[in-house]
Design a protein around this ligand. Structure first.
Ligand SMILES: Nc1ncnc2c1ncn2[C@@H]1O[C@H](COP(=O)(O)OP(=O)(O)OP(=O)(O)O)[C@@H](O)[C@H]1O
Ligand SMILES: [Mg+2]
Length: 368
């Protein structure tokens, strides 16, 4: 898929902005605090309906304005689509073409972006919830049914925890909630596992192409109980909940479930966060993004849009070059940078935009 144009109104520091993007590589070039990341944030927001920087959406609205709007024209294998999101203090409203979309699950993933941003570098050190959010976000963009399982799981988990807090608890109700929780749990775990298994193989391949020093990289979905057979899987999970029940009642919390799972990452069989250098961690993350692009392409039969925020700082020229070479040829890419020198070697179609005080000007379009 390809974004043809983007229009922002009162989004972050943009009062009004319109930009026509090209296929190939689009470079957003500008000094600090000019609005480069803001622009990527707007596209990533259309994709996932979440900001990768903040939870409070009102910060996305230009200071002292009532609402902001992001509109983009998208070219997909199924045809042209216009997507728009209006963010106001009361919430969001969504449109595809001229139709109002009530359920966000019918909007999320229409534009599918793969984003690299500097805080991704903490991925392996961050709390497990960050890695669970990554899996859920990516899977949600590809399947509205996955999203509905995640939402139902959270609802049942809340009910279960509330019940555990009651002084006189009803064990029949708890049994029913356990059944419901596990029904969603097994779908979530199977999807996440299949996703991580795919990333694992591809990520290892990409890493060993990107990095001079070879390593054996492993990503493993970590969960307490698993079985290939659904009935057995369900049975073992229910047993686990039963086994934990006294502890759950004591702490008034559910100790087992998809909300406790994680991704384990091993670098030559040792926990990655403990042995990999900063540069290696960056290469692992980039390899993961390349693997993610493959996964999305596999599911959608078209490329997502690649958003790269400040990706090249701290990477030497060789690695920069290799990374660009490993990106699929036909993927639309939007890169922010403060410094054009680092992009000299790119021998793909590139379009450069200067961003200065929220004015975006097309500088040059160079064809390979
Ligand atoms: N809600 C808002 N209303 C108006 N301006 C905002 C809002 N939120 C952020 N800004 C402004 O946006 C600017 C930062 O934009 P952005 O983060 O996109 O910069 P950048 O070009 O990516 O810079 P860097 O190269 O440092 O990463 C800051 O000047 C900030 O004050
Ligand atoms: Mg920035």
């Amino acid at each position: 898929m390809k974004i043809n144009s983007l229009q922002l109104t009162n989004f972050r520091n943009y009062k009004k902005c319109q930009v026509q993007l090209s296929s190939g590589i689009n470079v957003l070039l500008g000094e600090n605090a000019q609005g480069k990341t803001n622009l990527l944030e707007s596209l990533s927001f259309v994709s996932s309906l979440r900001s990768f920087r903040i939870n409070n959406e009102s910060q996305l609205i230009y200071f002292d304005k009532e609402a902001s709007k992001i509109k983009c024209e998208l070219e997909k294998t199924t045809g042209l689509k216009s997507l728009s999101v209006v963010i106001s203090k009361e919430g969001k409203s969504l449109m595809i073409n001229d139709t109002l979309i009530k359920k966000s699950s019918n909007f999320i993933g229409e534009l599918n972006t793969v984003l690299f941003e500097p805080s991704d570098l903490g991925f392996f050190e961050d709390a497990p919830r960050v890695r669970r959010r990554f899996m859920d976000m990516e899977l949600t963009k590809l399947s509205s049914s996955y999203l509905s399982h995640v939402n139902s799981y959270s609802r049942v988990l809340k009910q279960r925890n509330a019940l555990l807090k009651q002084l006189e608890f009803d064990s029949d109700t708890l049994d029913i909630l356990d059944q419901q929780l596990i029904n969603h749990h097994i779908v979530i775990v199977k999807n996440r596992r299949q996703f991580i298994d795919f990333l694992n193989t591809q990520c290892n391949n990409y890493f060993n192409q990107l990095s001079k020093a070879k390593a054996n990289l492993k990503l493993i979905y970590k969960t307490d109980v698993f079985h290939e057979n659904d009935n057995e899987f369900k049975k073992h999970c229910l047993e686990k909940l039963k086994m934990n029940r006294q502890r759950d009642l004591y702490f008034k919390l559910t100790h087992f479930g998809a909300h406790r799972d994680d991704i384990v990452s091993l670098f030559n069989d040792i926990q990655l966060s403990q042995v990999a250098s900063q540069g290696q961690k960056r290469l692992v993350i980039l390899s993961m993004k390349l693997a993610l692009i493959d996964y999305i392409h596999d599911k959608l039969n078209e490329q997502p849009v690649l958003l790269l925020d400040d990706v090249f700082s701290e990477l030497d020229k060789d690695h920069q070059k290799k990374f660009i070479q490993l990106c699929p040829k036909d993927i639309q890419t939007i890169i922010t940078t403060t410094d054009l020198i680092s992009l000299e070697y790119i021998n793909k179609v590139i379009t450069i935009f200067d961003i200065k005080e929220v004015e975006i000007t097309l500088r040059r379009k160079s064809i390979e």
